[in-house]
Design a protein around this ligand. Sequence first.
Ligand code: MIG
Length: 899
Amino acid sequence: MVRVRIIPFLCAITFASSTSATWIEPSILDACPGYNLTNAVSQGATFTANLVLAGIACNVFGTDLEILNLTVTYQSENRIHVKITDANSSRYEVPQSVLPRPNGTLESSTRSAAIQFNYTTSPFSFMIYRTSTNETLFTTASHPLIFEPQYLRVKTALPRNANIYGLGEHSDSFRLSTFNTTRTLWSRDAYEIPTGTNLYGNHPIYFDHRTTGTHGVFLLNSNGMDIKINDTESTDGNVTLEYNVLGGVLDFYFLAGSEDNPLEVSKQYAEIVGTPAEVPYWSFGLHQCRFGYTSYVDVAEVITNYSEASIPLETMWTDIDYMDRRRIFTVDPTYFPLDRMREIIDCLHAHDQKYILMTDPAVAYAPGEGYGTYDRGTALDVWLKMPNGSAELALVWPGVTNYPDWFHPSIQDYSFWTNEFRLFYNSTDGIDIDGAWIDMNEPSNFCVLPCTDPFQQAQEMDLPPPRTAPAPDPDTPIFGNWSSNSSSSLTKRDDLLNPPYTIQNAAGNLSALTSWTNATHANGLVEYDTHNLYGTMMSVATRAAMLARRPGLRTLVITRSTFAGAGAHVGKWLGDNFSSWEEYRLSIAGMLGMAGIYQVPMVGSDICGYAENTTSTLCARWAMLGGFYPFMRNHNADTSISQEFYRWPVTAQAAKNILDIRYRLMDYFYTTFHQASLDGSPVLRALWYKYPKDTSTYSIDLQFLFGPSILVSPVTDENSTSATIYLPNDTFYDFLTLEPVTGASSNVTLTDVDFTEIPVHIIGGSILPLRVNGTMTTTDLRQTDFEIVVAPSKGGNASGQLYVDDGVSLDQMNGTTAITFEYQNGILTVNGTFGYDVGVNVAGVKILGVDQSPRNVSVVYQSGQVVGNGTFEYDKVMKVVDVSLGIPFDGAFEVHLQE
Ligand code: MIG
């Protein structure tokens, strides 16, 4: 066990330098006395009781609390809230202002609920079981509860070979290993996102999938924690899951999920953390970024080169390179002069393209230097404070910095952050960005502990780094011809810096490479408790600042650090991966976590890889896979070789191919996102979400579903042109050839998959509204006709949806269009509301998997008016009936195939 202690001299603090967590023999913890339950009161859907320490305190990591309060509420048919707190004094809880959560109390009898709470009194243990099957889903039996000031422990038994997903952010397999796994939740600037470590964000939710159903367990707690999953403690391979938490309270939400539909647990989780924010239509276009564009000339060149290569570029990005001495809300007057930056943006906007810049949280400490952001922040006193009341000094890109305190009233009321955005990112004389990119918000800190002299370290590390590239001519012509084209009463914790239990933080000490954990917010909360919320709070403030700049319009904010609930405000990229086939593969599991579980669906990895050098083949494959990342961005580190898609013929071709596919599917993506925003239906899904009884799917994380209808099965081996993929027992259709493919619950090897191709299947039973072709911008795409592809199930039925609105407004004053497609007995019925004028035609309908040519095809408006015989062709090899329509997409209609 790692021992850490504070030496009570000025600045003389020692830290645990090792990253190994506290290990303690499980039997020692199990020998703790636990609690006895008394004073039980049941009232309707609520049950309360006291828990009294049941014997001699074990005091493993502090003093066992004597009396606890237990409150159990059946909040709905599908959700039980179990909360355990200190009966005698208040403890930190995640503020409602950061994560508002539902209350609710089940009105009907608790017997009607899908899951039940049960308990034993002496010693106290509790279990959650599924009402319909009596199956135990969670049980603390034989593992006493431990509740100490800075250590909480709850341990449940799980089935053998449990299928547990979630507990991220992590870069491990989607299905977590049950062998000696520790998931540590503590935000960390995790360069190269090593597996098995804590990364940027924290989502203490897991889904437990069984052949008998899928349920979820959410521990709403922002303190540092280790969650251990292990199957080595018993001889029979049974699995345990153990929470080891550094503070806060035990605030569990048990979600019943469903016996046969894994989508339900996802929706139930969204009821707590919120459904994802809707993003603008344009944000599904291609984004290009890199760290290391040396000047405005570089940026303009990349934009031009994309255009010349005829690869659609929707959004150009610029990293911290643009800043003057890496200070946020400034531009370098020589390398990125304001007037040239404005010229770039004007040109982008004139071509229906967008621009995004990075903003970091840390503000350069620059008294008396006339740095407006620092001066205004200091005047409002918005900095995170040390216990002695002075502003905390950190070390980030601009050198010594202060951290904004997102709990400060002058940030919460928008007078600081929103104002800085308004001043710098304004359309009249500033930088008129369309979205925001926020980084370093774990918060990251370069100062190495004990960090006694950040100024000295700034010098040693040469921060801000001097520019090495030659300065550009300020008059360099760009674009050539193209452009003509509350809580102070909380109980004192002994040790906010070195709690007795050490979590497995890969950065070492809790304060290592981040803020001091004893730093204090304006409302008295300390970083010890709120560290994991920093990135999400910056996200909320940044989104508010962006909405204030362009009232009524959606924006895109992409953050690095997230906590549960972040997706209701922002999207997220998966951070500093590197250019390897392994990271390419792992990006799928990373995305599935965010989009499939945590309700942060606007997610993607840095395409072609961030750190180190990519290769043309890796980059081509990654372009193809990246076409199915909800957030599709090519991004690169400053010291890596250039990797824009036009750099190699194979990547240019790959990008063109995949962008054509992606843009044709964009309204399907948009509809999938809209559905998620309504009810939390996951945007990306592992195969088992669709085939929950097929045990072969449980560990698959190299294939995934985008929405309900698209199966993506990328080639995953280095420089290979074949892919062995799993096809469940179902009907599929090749997305490009439209040929039917019958799945037989077995692996299928696809060969000759070129680097510019990716296997994509439409799942039988789906109807897809596609645009007839891709375009150079999403603005043009919206002027492009639709075609409807009907992909029947084995039984000959299919259904689908299309949602269209103006793509940018928060409130759809221009109306919305929500269309339902149904296909059965050879009749396609298109129905719905048509409040938003789509302004284009339905060019045609393709019906797949038709064994014989129909005799005749007729097209009917709902009114009964026959608009004539559809002209059609039948392809007997691919079994496709291709009906030409060319009718305005503004009302209901039917298409009948007649045998
Ligand atoms: O210390 O802004 O993850 O995407 O290019 C590194 C420079 C800071 C980390 C981000 C990365 C970005 C880089 N940033």
